[in-house]
Write a protein that binds this ligand. Structure first.
Ligand SMILES: *Cc1c(COP(=O)(O)O)cnc(C)c1O
Length: 389
């Protein structure tokens, strides 16, 4: 996967740690930007996927906007080179303090998730003597065919305004005196690999857009969220097929040219550039199975425990015959496994295991549970420079 020089440098670092391949990230950024530019689509990187400063700086240099889901994310985005005029702010539970902060920061748009939230933003905007731009995050009741814990667009999920409330909002438009309701927003889930789901979304978006048109309700942008999945099974140097993704929308959306189209990708940008390196501490053998206990756990990478996610894992220290192992962390939780019955080269105490595709929803979900230390991170560009010295 990497040069021998890099691998030998990595093996000297105290585990567990995150490692980011910045050149893969750069290639991915060029790929998505080029594809989006073909269709004049606007991109907002979803900060929550990975908010480490160096990664944010690399992304903001490519002139992305940011998709934020908390006041702190807005602050971090602005601090790391994202223009406030390209920030969108979603989330079902925005506090008054966060709303105030976003208004004072002059962000591009609130993605508003309920009628009550519209009323509160209107009130706080009035106190600030401002008119703020709002997009309605609509719950389109579409099944994203992904894990239930990352499905967001079903009517039973907490996210978005139900379609049944739209009539009321349209009729009350003029009562929200300090709001410019000028966009629609949709985000139906994450790790979506069945692209036909996005075609279905387009059909609903067209219908809702037309409904607003019929009521003389002017809209100037439509935000289609994120959600494009990545290949966790064969991750090596994978750049998602952004062109195929955008083409689905270009083919199925029936929206006038003057309405701007926005996307908020997270995972598809940063997912593949991150690795978690961990050391085998003990090999427990019972009659039925062998379990490698490693020094990283759900405190470093929560996805397997939270979403039953599987990541490719290899033993970077051994080229021996393959054997099947369960791979578990040290945390006092029964769900603290990275995989069960995984083929690894014969593994011994001290071997370094590499866990792939952890760039998105990895480091950001780290916790101090069991009073663990937060794992450090390293980047390919600076590590290589250092290892030349
Ligand atoms: C999480 C999230 C995204 C990004 O989703 P990915 O699956 O990482 O692309 C985009 N928009 C909103 C509103 C989100 O909550």
């Amino acid at each position: 996967m990497f040069s021998e020089q890099l691998i030998s440098t990595l093996k000297k670092i105290e585990t567990p740690f995150y490692f980011y391949d910045t050149s893969l990230l750069q290639k991915t950024l060029f790929a998505i930007k080029d594809a989006a530019d073909l269709f004049n689509y606007n991109l907002h990187y979803a900060i929550k996927a990975n908010a480490n400063k160096k990664i944010l700086r690399l992304i903001s240099k490519h002139k992305f906007g940011a998709d934020c889901v908390s006041g702190n994310e807005i602050e971090v985005a602005i601090d790391n080179g994202f223009s406030a005029s390209k920030i969108v702010f979603a989330g079902v539970g925005k506090t008054d303090k966060e709303i105030n902060y976003a208004i004072q920061s002059n962000i591009f748009s609130f993605n508003c998730e309920s009628v009550q939230e519209l009323e509160v933003i209107d009130k706080i905007a009035k106190q600030n003597n401002k008119t703020v731009r709002v997009a309605l995050r609509i719950n389109p009741d579409i099944n994203a065919n992904t894990h239930q814990n990352i499905t967001t667009g079903l009517k039973t999920n907490k996210f978005g305004i139900p379609i049944t409330d739209l009539q009321y909002i349209i009729s009350q438009k003029h009562s929200f005196k300090n709001l410019n309701i000028e966009g629609l927003h949709f985000h139906i889930g994450s790790q979506i690999t069945d692209l036909s789901v996005f075609a279905k979304l387009c059909i609903v978006v067209n219908e809702i857009y037309n409904h607003f048109q019929d009521k003389n309700f002017k809209l100037n942008h439509i935000n289609l969220g994120g959600g494009l999945g990545i290949n966790y099974t064969k991750p090596e140097n994978q750049i998602p097929d952004f062109l195929a993704y955008f083409k689905i929308f270009q083919k199925n959306l029936n929206i006038p040219q003057n309405v701007k189209i926005h996307f908020e990708p997270g995972r598809s940008i940063v997912g593949q550039c991150g690795y978690l390196f961990t050391k085998a501490l003990f090999i427990k053998e019972t009659n039925e199975q062998k379990t490698v206990i490693v020094d990283a756990g759900l405190t470093e990478l929560l996805r397997p425990a939270l979403y039953q996610a599987s990541h490719k894992i290899i033993n970077s220290s051994s080229f021996d015959i393959k054997e099947k192992y369960d791979i578990a962390g040290p945390i006092c939780e029964t769900s603290d496994y990275f995989g069960k019955s995984i083929e690894l080269s014969k593994t011994s105490r001290g071997d370094i295991l590499s866990i792939y595709s952890v760039g998105a929803y990895g480091e950001v979900m780290a916790s101090k549970y069991n009073l663990r230390s937060i794992a450090p991170k390293y980047f390919s560009d600076t590590l290589l420079q250092e290892s030349f010295i």
